[in-house]
Design a protein around this ligand. Structure first.
Ligand SMILES: [Zn+2]
Length: 321
């Protein structure tokens, strides 16, 4: 199985990138490309939904210390750049070349390699913006190690990009009527009818399995057992990895009053088979999901591991029931 943002085609060159001579040589090669990020949005071509990467010749005022090395493919190195670091005249020039769009709203239209590169660029640019000052002494941090670290200008403390683990779980149960059902929930700010697997962040000092059990209990008061790992998905929005699990429930009565979910419900396979897929790229263009009946329920966004877990359970590829 492969997930959106997981098919990284670049070699991150994690040993070489610490070498400033090597890095500068890569930066100066004419074939090197630059991936621009503007307040969380990615730079796309004007006439199609495809990333627009620029050459050094198009970004003459750029220097290597302003860039984040993403990696190399067989043709060239690719760096990420926060467009706010460009001169204002260069920023204005960009608007004649391309357009700023949300990555997640257009992921389903992108090549999987492009989606992975843009997600990495977006996550790292966000990390630099949110770690401008040293956590030890409060002085200014400067980019180091090709943009994969920040170093304090005073106390020399090094800060590295963090990835916050989050579990995402499909909880199933065999009911007394002989029908297996799975537990899905929704938040109040989601589009109408969208339901998804439960999810939550790992607490310090907690195992992933304990997080699954705790989060299911917190959000729905359901007792989950036997969490079993399925797969992971990079989720740098801004800095997570989603760790997919399946678990069985030993209780049935749902209570969402203790936490943030607007609602949670048990769904049979027959019900889920009638879900529509919520695709923000399609929905943002105002088209209908299905040509005939509009289903009452929709599955969570197609770029997420949640959609995989639900579909795999529907097809009896995961789970005991
Ligand atoms: Zn410091």
């Amino acid at each position: 199985m492969t997930f959106a943002y997981s098919q990284m085609p670049l070699d991150r060159c994690s040993n070489e990138r610490k070498n400033k001579t090597w890095l500068t040589a890569e930066f100066n090669k004419p074939e090197t490309l630059f991936c621009l990020i503007n307040n969380g949005k990615c730079f796309f071509k004007l006439d199609e939904i495809a990333p627009l990467l620029l050459s050094k010749a198009q970004l003459l005022t750029l220097n290597v210390d302003q860039c984040i090395f993403l990696g190399r493919n067989e043709q060239q190195a690719i760096f990420a750049v926060d467009q706010n670091k460009l001169k204002f005249s260069d920023q204005e020039e960009l608007l004649t070349l391309g357009q700023w769009l949300s990555l997640r709203k257009h992921t389903s239209l992108l090549h999987p390699f492009d989606a992975a590169i843009l997600a990495l660029a977006k996550g790292l640019v966000h990390w630099h913006k949110s770690h401008q000052f040293c956590g030890q002494c409060g002085n200014i941090n400067r980019s180091a190690e090709a943009g994969h670290a920040r170093k304090c200008s005073e106390c020399r403390n090094m800060t590295f990009p963090r990835t916050d683990p989050a579990v995402i779980m499909l909880v199933e149960r065999m009911f007394a009527d002989g029908v297996p059902r799975c537990l899905l929930g929704r938040q109040a700010n989601w589009p109408d009818g969208v339901y998804s697997t439960l999810a939550g962040f790992v607490d310090p000092g907690e195992t992933l399995e304990a997080t699954v059990i705790r989060e299911v209990a917190e959000e729905t008061a359901i007792i989950a057992e036997n969490p079993s790992y399925i797969a992971s998905q990079p989720w740098p929005f801004p800095a997570s990895i989603m760790l997919g699990f399946i678990a069985q429930a030993s209780s049935e009565k749902i209570d969402t009053r203790q936490d943030s979910l607007e609602s949670a419900q048990w769904f049979s396979r027959q019900q889920i088979a009638n879900f529509a897929v919520y695709d923000s790229a399609i929905n943002s263009e105002g088209q209908q999901n299905t040509p005939q009946l509009t289903p009452k329920y929709k599955m969570s966004s197609s770029d997420s591991i949640s959609a995989y877990l639900i579909t795999a359970w529907l097809n009896k590829e995961i789970g005991k029931h």
